[in-house]
Design a protein around this ligand. Structure first.
Ligand code: 6PG
Length: 488
């Protein structure tokens, strides 16, 4: 029997669709699933008439593979990945490759890379984004791990990945090598964090339209449809357009029958934890995670709504003018979210010694993934124009967008606040923008407070950085003195 090009373990929807995508691109895929009956079912249905090889044991799977063997895991993140790794190690030869395509935590991928390389094997931890449709027809794939594995997985991954056209008429795959050990899963994690942010921003715009402007679902659908033809053109705007137009059997908008309590598997939270650990102001994504948490206490909010009254929302005046403002506020907030995401990338690259290709990441996200958008092409251009760009806001295009959008953005946030409509991500993005562009912030008072109650010392603007002072603010217990010393 001809040897398979790659093995895939885990025949849930994502796994099955990835197998069929690989098969469509001429690769022979051997498949296995812990519940073996799922293999038979797949072979009799989705894989019927394809070159896919069904196997009923790990030994059979491994023995069906060309060398160096490539075994891809599409199983639940966490323990199942380690269990399969431990079962596979004794069956593999040096130089064989284990690929984890699940939403694994990047810390686990750092550990797994070192562990498998210590066994003479290679590990690839790759983000795969785009849901079922992406897996079937072209996901964004973000591989990292053992660089020696890249040449062996590149042909398969870049064949099945989504493609974006180049100005010269050619096409680029939305897949390239991200970096060492956990870099691939880190980028996927940040993708998901930004996804949370984009989804929350869109939900806030919908909230303002529905409760502030009193728009019908047809009007909201038409607005998102129009936005999807301009600079907000993106998958999430597109699906929002479709969702708002979707009627239940009774002709009512289905979206209004869905419980307003958001759930989350955790990748957005991981992104926020990483930012907090490294001291990066990833305010928008964290607000998006917290907005989900607030929405999830539905019963408590129901009770509170009967006690804590506020304004009855009613945004009056020129509706189209407000919608134009809202479009600008959404776009400016999106720029802030991606700016913060790239600040996080820089910090992570330094922390974990990764060589990240910032423009390449934008290209990988340009197609196939959930946050795919025209906007990402602008980020790619920004880094093409200046690979050493210190911050996206300083790129000429984005700078211009921010300066021209801010008046509209302020009007929208002010209206939302006045009308009692919560816009945590739109407003926190504006607060970040105002903070980032301020040379003077009130942290001097905060340093004084810390020194007052905890003698935590402070630096002075009229002394060299690194010289620290303490003041005996109360004057009790000795003179009012400032002790100067240099912190290491
Ligand atoms: C993707 C999606 C995918 C998954 C989300 C859901 O990139 O294809 O992001 O990974 O649908 O992780 O995440 P939550 O359940 O946390 O919203």
């Amino acid at each position: 029997m001809s040897k398979a090009d790659i093995g895939l373990i885990g025949l849930a929807v994502m796994g099955q669709n990835l197998v069929l995508n690989m098969n469509d691109h001429g690769f022979t895929v051997a498949v296995f699933n812990r519940t073996v009956s799922k293999v038979d079912k797949f072979m009799e249905s989705g894989a019927k008439g394809t070159k896919v090889i069904g196997t009923r044991s790990l030994e059979e799977l491994v023995n069906s593979l060309k060398s160096p063997r490539r075994v891809m895991l599409m199983v639940q993140a966490g323990k199942p990945v380690d269990e399969f790794i431990d079962m596979l190690i004794p069956l593999l030869d040096k130089g064989d490759i284990i690929i984890d395509g699940g939403n694994s935590n990047y810390n686990d991928s750092i550990r797994r890379t070192a562990y498998l390389e210590s066994k003479g094997l290679l590990f690839v931890g790759t983000g795969v984004s785009g849901g079922e449709e992406g897996a079937r027809n072209g996901p964004s794939i973000m591989p990292g791990g053992s660089i020696a594995a890249w040449d062996h997985v590149k042909p398969i991954f870049q064949s099945v990945a989504a493609k974006v056209s180049r100005p010269d008429g050619g096409e680029d795959p939305c897949c390239d090598w991200v970096g060492e050990d956990g870099a691939g899963h880190y980028i996927k994690m940040v993708h998901n964090g930004i996804e949370y942010g984009d989804m929350q921003l869109i939900s806030e715009a919908y909230h303002l339209m529905r409760d502030g402007l009193g728009m019908t679902h047809e009007e909201m659908q038409a607005t998102f449809a129009e936005w999807n033809t301009g600079k907000l053109d993106s998958y999430l705007i597109e699906i929002t357009r479709d969702i708002l137009g979707y009627k239940d059997e009774d002709g009512q908008a289905l979206v209004e029958k869905i419980l307003d309590a958001a759930e989350q598997k955790g990748t957005g939270k991981w992104t926020g934890i990483s930012a907090l650990d490294m001291g990066i102001p990833l305010t928008l994504v964290v607000e998006a995670v917290l907005a989900r948490a607030l929405s999830s206490i539905k019963d408590e909010r129901e009770s509170a709504s009967k006690v804590l009254t506020g304004p009855q929302p009613a945004i009056t005046g020129d509706k189209q003018a407000f919608l134009n403002d809202l479009r600008e506020a959404l776009y400016a907030s999106k720029i802030i979210s991606y700016t913060q995401g790239y600040m996080l990338f820089r910090a992570a690259a330094k922390e974990y010694n990764w060589n990240l290709n910032y423009g390449g990441i934008a290209l990988m996200w340009r197609g196939g993934c959930i946050i795919r958008s025209v906007f990402l092409g602008k980020i790619k251009e920004a880094f093409d124009n200046n690979p050493a760009l210190p911050n996206l806001l300083l790129d000429p295009y984005f700078k211009e967008q921010m300066l021209s959008a801010q008046a509209a953005w302020r009007r929208v946030v002010a209206q939302a606040v006045q009308q009692g409509i919560p816009v945590p991500t739109m407003s926190s993005a504006l607060a970040f923008f105002d903070g980032y562009r301020s040379s003077s912030l009130p942290a001097n008072l905060l340093q004084a407070q810390r020194d007052y109650f905890g003698a935590h010392t402070y630096q002075r603007i009229d002394k060299p950085r690194g010289e620290y002072f303490h003041t005996n603010w109360t004057g009790h217990g000795g003179d009012v003195t400032s002790t100067v010393w240099k912190k290491d």
